[in-house]
Design a protein around this ligand. Sequence first.
Ligand SMILES: [Zn+2]
Length: 208
Amino acid sequence: MAQDRKSLIHNLPERSTRSERDRGKAEDAVRTLLRYIGEEPGREGLLRTPLRVVKAYEFLTEGYQQNPKTAINGALFVEEDYQEMILCKDLDFYSLCEHHMLPFMGKAHVAYLPNKRIVGISKLARMVEIYCRRLQVQERLTTQIASTIMEEIEPLGVAVVLEAEHMCMRMRGVQKQNSWVTTSAMLGVFRTNHETRHEFMNLLRDGR
Ligand SMILES: [Zn+2]
């Protein structure tokens, strides 16, 4: 079925079953890590830490249990008369980098030029959130958001820009305190038409 191919594109692994037994093993792994860094997992302040850490990761990686497409395709409606760009600016997002499992976060700007079909803004935000709650690299996250809109809303074009700060850069390694990473994905008319792209860039720069 086509579903298999799409799962690959969207980095959606088989629905993971998080059993109580697996949770116990995950807590053991946190205890091992605590011991490794020089802590004593048995001391009072850390007794419930493994459970808390595992629950935090369950929440932060909830996106593996959810399908980003269903967030959108239940909320599409036909709007014949509106043909201007729709821009959803400054969407806050929080994700985890797949290299260090440390947070990266920032703002997402999502625009599309509708072709008779539009979707509720909150559904767009929800779709972004589902992709964020997986282990990610910023580039792939950007592409996934853009291609899902392209496939599900079938607009004339999509533009996605993500601006993020990465804790793995700020807190460790190079410790680049003020670095921001910007990624973008332009599809359809945003790729082929300069005017459309410029309009998008201008809208990003001005008017809040
Ligand atoms: Zn990283």
